[in-house]
Design a protein around this ligand. Structure first.
Ligand code: ATP
Ligand code: MG
Length: 367
């Protein structure tokens, strides 16, 4: 299914060799979850001679401490996750499924699955950003990372490029984080194997990998150079990398948008949010290499009672020629904390699959 070039087959073999319990030739990140302590990604699972070495022996990378993503004194107060759909709505949906013809649904799902499972010749990078903070970038990135991982059998990475105490690790269900994007920029060397690299990443419970931007403390922001080093190096190992960027027009966000194979701009369902996002689209249209042709808008309803007319909002954003995927208000997403796929509302899951399929289709187009 993943096809791809030799790079993938080579890497997949390496992973299988270290004890995958998945199908032959298919890496199983879950096998690594069982093999390693999720809170302590110990890189040296390889013989000492092949262990990753810092680039410059005079400035060895310090080993960071593992840090909780949520203060344990607060974590117990999270409460139990609530379902995105109310019980009545879920019951109604099951009844409709029983009575309605499923033909069209199945055809659409098959088409999305095919788009999501397209083989890639080199790793694809998908950048997610927005014009304002708090509109759902990390939520959309986590949904995309989980969706790609669900449909694909090759390695998927979700990378946080927002050092402003981002929420991606929490949304991806990571209890602790250790190595950051900036750390990896100093550590990565071309001779490293996939198994060396994954030792520095957080294994995600549902599968796939996470690289946070920080250890969850206020610290130095991620710089453009580190971002470029890391994304360029990690593309060798991961079929898809979803990047949760800082807000535009931050320098890293602009670089990420400019260098990605495809982009998602998250627009909040407000007049000023749609208006600002339209300006971002107009800016993308001016970039060389037709950035707009590889852009998708996620129109996110972060509140249950938005008054902006959705048809007008979608039409305004579609005008420059980009697809707009509405992401509905979802009670499970609204409560914050880790995202449990099974707890998402049905329309949220459908929107996430559609968004991932649209952006993947564009990402594979770029050479
Ligand atoms: N589709 C949705 N339905 C309901 N609530 C949502 C939805 N998307 C996001 N939210 C809410 O908005 C909050 C902020 O989302 P998120 O952290 O993804 O935004 P962000 O753009 O990454 O923020 P920042 O700029 O701070 O990084 C979430 O914690 C959640 O409560
Ligand atoms: Mg965020």
């Amino acid at each position: 299914m993943t096809g791809g070039g030799d790079w993938q087959h080579h890497l997949l073999r390496e992973l299988t060799d270290v004890g995958s319990d998945g199908a032959p030739g298919v890496p199983s990140p879950r096998a690594d979850v069982q093999r390693t302590d999720a809170s302590l990604p110990e890189p040296p699972t390889t013989p000492p001679s092949t262990r990753p070495q810092p680039r410059d022996p005079r400035t060895p990378a310090p080993t960071p401490e593992s840090a909780p993503t949520i203060d344990p004194r607060l974590a117990h107060a999270l409460g139990s996750p609530q379902h995105g759909d109310s019980a009545a709505r879920r019951a109604g949906a099951s009844l409709r499924r029983l009575t309605a013809s499923a033909g069209q649904d199945v055809a659409e799902q098959t088409r999305f699955a095919q788009e999501l499972q397209q083989p890639v010749t080199t790793g694809r990078v998908i950048a997610v950003t927005s014009i304002r903070g708090g509109v759902g970038k990390s939520t959309v990135s986590a949904l995309l990372g989980r969706t790609f991982n669900h449909y694909r059998h090759d390695p998927v990475l979700t990378l946080e490029a927002d050092a402003a105490l981002g929420t991606l690790p929490v949304r991806m269900g990571a209890d602790t984080v250790r190595w950051s994007c900036g750390d990896l920029a100093r550590i990565l060397t071309p001779s490293m194997q996939l198994t060396d690299v994954t030792g520095y990443l957080v294994p995600v419970a549902d599968g796939g990998w996470l690289l946070p931007a920080s250890q969850g403390r206020v610290g130095a922001p991620l710089d453009v150079r580190a971002y470029r080093t890391v994304t360029l190096a990690l593309r060798r190992y991961f079929a898809v990398t979803v990047v949760d960027c800082e807000t535009l027009p931050g320098e890293v966000a602009r670089t990420a948008m400019d260098t990605a194979h495809a982009r998602v701009v998250v627009a909040p369902m407000t007049a000023e949010g749609v208006n600002g996002t339209r300006q971002v689209l107009d800016w993308l249209a001016q970039l060389p290499h037709s950035a707009l042709a590889t852009t998708v808008v996620a129109l996110s309803a972060g509140a249950p009672d938005t008054t902006l007319d959705p048809k007008t909002a979608v039409a305004h954003l579609r005008e420059p020629g980009v697809p707009v995927i509405p992401l509905p208000y979802d009670r499970h997403l609204a409560q914050g904390g880790p995202i449990h796929t099974a707890m998402l509302g049905r329309s949220t899951r459908d929107a996430a699959v559609r968004l991932a399929a649209e952006v993947m289709q564009r990402a594979v187009r770029v050479r």
